[in-house]
Design a binder for this molecule. Structure first.
Ligand code: R5P
Length: 294
């Protein structure tokens, strides 16, 4: 049986190529550019009739990526592709999962509706599930979620001696506990209050008995970097060493690097988003999830 056609959207070429090797897929060709007026030109350069197609697009900075993705999916459908799946190592718009103030867009729902309409299945890595319990609460297509916790635990076991794992907020407890169990380390969970995009307060539980261990802050997303920065500064003020930070999705938006500068010993992330801190490869388990849906 022939493998799927793997079509990487701009920015996800490296992930697409690694995935292709794992699933024995065939590389697909895509021509994509902007017209002078900013509109998108897109052409599928592969024969896809009766073939399974896997689109690969990490959806960080999602707005300019969404239309090319939808155009690609529609065109593939018109060209007779059998099933069109999406591998989005980072899935955007999961955090606005409720209307906090009257009139706000619940963007997670709208985004999920649009993607579910155009695609047949979805694979992603640790989507930000807070008030939703599962992707199926908003996505109406078959989906698989890959968990980075075991890979993060492996990295910590191999690279940090005597770690204590620290989760910055209550929501992180479940997977922080999993990372800690895998790394054979104790863990702490903090309380976080966010009052603005770049304003967070974090209370770290007292843990004098753990202060001689190397703190490892783990989080699913680093966006403004303030959660990690505030937690790192507080840990040092409490007598801990500068922490290592291990994050799944390294968005590091705007001045995040500056906000974190000098506060952490090391920062490492998974390759769901291309970033200088990438050090943990999630392609293997993503490929397994894709195989399960093909
Ligand atoms: C929030 O619930 C997430 O788990 C992260 O802690 C948050 O998105 C990090 O954002 P920032 O880097 O902007 O503090």
């Amino acid at each position: 049986m022939t493998g799927p056609v793997i079509l990487a959207l701009p920015g996800s070429e490296a992930f697409g190529e690694a995935l292709r090797a794992h699933v024995f897929g065939e590389p697909g060709g895509l021509d994509h550019r902007q017209f002078p007026d900013g509109e998108t030109y897109l052409r599928i350069m592969s024969e896809v009739a009766d073939r399974d197609v896997v689109l690969v697009s990490s959806l960080d900075r999602p707005d300019p990526k969404l239309l090319p993705l939808l155009f690609a999916a529609d065109t593939l459908r018109e060209m007779g592709a059998r099933k069109i799946g999406l591998v989005a190592p980072y899935l955007a718009y999961m955090r606005q999962d409720i209307r906090f103030h009257p009139g706000e867009a619940v963007t997670s729902r709208s985004f999920a509706t649009v993607l579910s309409h155009h695609l047949d299945w979805l694979v992603t890595v640790d989507p930000h599930l807070h008030r939703y319990h599962a992707l199926g609460d908003v996505y109406r297509i078959p989906s698989r979620v890959v968990h980075a916790a075991p890979l993060m635990a492996d990295w910590i076991r191999e690279n940090v001696s005597r770690p204590v794992i620290i989760g910055p907020d209550k929501e992180s407890e479940q997977w922080v506990a999993q990372v800690a169990a895998g790394a054979d380390a104790p863990f702490l969970v903090c309380e976080k209050e966010r009052s603005g995009d770049r304003e967070v307060r974090i209370s770290i539980p007292r843990a004098e008995n753990l202060a001689d261990r190397q703190p490892v802050l783990v989080d699913d997303i680093a966006s403004s970097g303030r959660t990690l920065a505030v937690a790192a500064k507080q840990l040092v003020d409490m007598g801990f060493a500068p922490p290592d930070c291990v994050v799944v999705h390294p968005l590091f938006a705007g001045d995040a690097a500056q906000a974190l500068s000098g506060l952490a010993r090391r920062i490492v992330s998974t390759n769901t988003i291309v970033h200088a801190t990438n050090g943990i490869d999630v392609v293997g388990p993503v490929a397994e999830a894709v195989q399960a849906l093909l």
